[in-house]
Design a protein around this ligand. Sequence first.
Ligand code: BTN
Length: 259
Amino acid sequence: MQDSLDIERLKNHLSSLIPHDQFHYFDTIDSTNCFLKTQPDSSSWSLCLAEEQTAGRGRFGKNWISPKGVNVYCSIRLMPPSLSPLSGASLVCGLATLKALSNFMPTSNLHIKWPNDVLYQGHKISGILIERQTKALIIGIGINVNAIMPLSDNPEKPWGSIYSLTGHLTDRNALVVSLVETLSQYLDHLWKKGFLYFAEEWNVNDYLIHKKVKILIQGTECVGFARGITGTGALIFEKLNGEVHHLESGEASLLSFIA
Ligand code: BTN
């Protein structure tokens, strides 16, 4: 299996979605999301891939560790059609990533953790950072693919790579093609049909459903149970005292498997 990204092959495979002049590739870059932020508006999708990020960015100002030549660091910049529903876009990007990954590993072990982390056997293998500009959305997807990394034992932050969890090397070129194509298909459905179209797919893959979680609400840590999502993609969170909150954004850590 080829172990570096084959840019000519990727450009050709994705040419119907990404014009050649909107396809950007770097051996090393600070962050693929940051690069696309500097690009002029374009009616077509722009893509940025890198072998390594020196300042990879995660959600909530965290770093995204981005070692060279082993993982996928991919950002896409697009203009959502005007008046199209944006609610749930972040969750739909997570579902698209899960779907793309299911071509490479057993689906039954893959889950989505609100809002858009993909887990394999309970370990996070992919994270997504979505940023908004005036007209554009930048969707940055990191997937731990062939990195040799110890599985973290921290029950609140279990990490892994496809390789560390399955023992198999994955063709990153095929994964990038599958990821971009699936994302295009899923976002198209979102713009045309709205988030409810994905409700069933979310429910089937929901990792947190009825699990005990810790969550930050307005700066305060709260413990309770995840009870699924609303029709717009908010997390339904039931506090231990029975109060129910709908969270539009945030991060949930698993506390235990008590149902
Ligand atoms: C998270 O789970 O915290 C989101 C991680 C997002 C990482 C990706 S890697 C490609 C793109 N460029 C970045 O700097 N971040 C995103």
